[in-house]
Design a protein around this ligand. Structure first.
Ligand code: COA
Length: 376
């Protein structure tokens, strides 16, 4: 491929909300809610009409997931046992919306890192699990806020949104339809998490990431060449969120817990690990890359155990933190942003010629691989 049509990553950006919630704080709030619920329904629980709720535990959360804390945009409301969800004041149509605001912050960092002026950017793809409205597209609002003359659109492939966005941007470069594309993933996952559900209340955190994908001929000397990308989807109901604009057409079920994130975590674990490991090995083979030569894997950050197993299958040995870095412990699962946070925070120390893999997986099921090689 000539350098004009060779896609590279020339910058990344990360917005992290100031507030973070430790497992201890989260469990204290959840257990206060449980105690109150069980007290208020003591008679119905005794007669079998209502099920008693069970307390959560810090030890379980850390052992089952590897998560120790997570950042959120509204800590006080999430922890308030009377509210247990973020409360974000409605903004007028003249104000920048919150998803656009955190996305713009991450984009500006990516542009700065690449030394790129917005006048050179052609497109903005907003790739995330949840959009705060139907339209106009978040991407177009971000494009406008940054002052980009071009086009933008939203795409949602749940936890794989960012890698699907990177392949889409790379394809624009490969075809010559664009030279510089921002892929931005504002993930306000606290809004889709059921903070009253013991099985999942600890999983998610809020963040925004941005990746600047460009053609090699305009990229700064220090960049990551995109050697190959591969996407895969297989339908599954094991991770699902039925929230949507048609909920108002059946108001009697609009408040059901399945209008927030729900999952069969065990099944996801069992089914996704082999699917993703096989996909990585197959794609590495197609690209002529020896899997054991991968210097680092920036894996989707959903569960530390899943990452251990996937990395082991690919590398043939237990991966060190250096080979497969974790950000899950302090960020939680940030949906599509997870592997990008890991890449952003843990890529500077690699040497020219080093090969790495950005890989996401999640609802759909969906999975995406982006093999990259450091230029300088
Ligand atoms: N505190 C204490 N105990 C809890 C608990 C909590 N918050 N939540 C569940 N438990 C209990 C369960 O009731 C169960 O008890 P039992 O054995 O007496 O029935 C036990 O802990 C095990 O629960 P289980 O749900 O099977 O745990 P797990 O080991 O599968 O871990 C996940 C749960 C969600 C962390 C794990 O399955 C996972 O991460 N899966 C992958 C999910 C994923 O990647 N999703 C993608 C999202 S985008």
């Amino acid at each position: 491929m000539d350098i004009e049509h060779t896609p590279v990553i020339s910058g990344t950006g990360l917005f992290t909300p100031e507030d973070s919630i430790s497992n201890e704080e989260l469990v204290a709030s959840f257990n206060a809610f449980v105690e109150r619920h069980n007290g208020e329904h003591a008679e119905q629980i005794a007669s079998g009409e209502v099920d008693a709720l069970h307390p959560s535990s810090v030890e379980f959360i850390e052992k089952a997931s590897g998560i120790k804390s997570r950042h959120v945009v509204d800590k006080a409301s999430v922890l308030d046992p009377d509210t247990m969800c973020p409360r974000l004041p409605e903004r007028s149509n003249d104000e920048l919306s919150i998803m656009a605001e955190i996305g713009v912050d991450a984009c500006n960092q990516a542009l700065r890192q690449a030394g790129r002026d917005v006048t050179d950017v052609d497109a903005v793809l907003c790739a995330a699990s949840n959009m705060q409205r139907g339209y106009p597209a978040m991407a177009i609002e971000i494009q406008q806020a940054l002052g980009i003359d071009g086009f933008g659109f939203d795409m949602n492939v749940a936890c794989s949104s960012a890698t699907f966005g990177i392949q889409t941007a790379a394809d624009y470069i490969r075809s010559g339809n664009a030279k510089s594309v921002l892929v931005v993933s504002p993930e306000i996952t606290s809004g889709h998490l059921n903070w009253r559900d013991r099985d999942s209340h600890f999983i998610f955190g809020d963040v925004a990431t941005a990746v600047l994908v460009e053609s090699k001929d305009i990229a700064p000397a220090e960049h990551w060449e995109i050697v190959g990308t591969k996407l895969k989807t297989v339908f599954s109901n094991n991770i699902r969120n039925n929230f949507g604009f048609l909920n108002r057409t059946h108001p009697e079920t609009a408040a059901d817990p399945d209008k927030l994130f729900i999952q069969e975590g065990r099944k996801v674990f069992k089914e996704v690990v082999p699917m993703v490991a096989a996909m990585i090995l197959e794609e590495a083979g197609r690209l002529g890359i020896e899997p054991t030569s991968l210097r680092r894997m920036w894996l989707h950050q959903a569960n530390a155990g899943m990452n251990r197993l996937i990395a082991h299958r690919v590398l043939g040995h237990e991966a060190s933190e250096d080979e497969s870095p974790t950000v899950l412990d302090t960020y939680g699962n940030t949906s599509s942003a997870g592997s990008i946070i890991a890449f952003h925070k843990h890529c500077d120390d690699l040497a020219a010629g080093d090969m790495g893999l950005i890989c996401s997986f999640g609802a759909g099921y969906s999975a995406g691989t982006v093999f990259v090689r450091k230029s300088a």
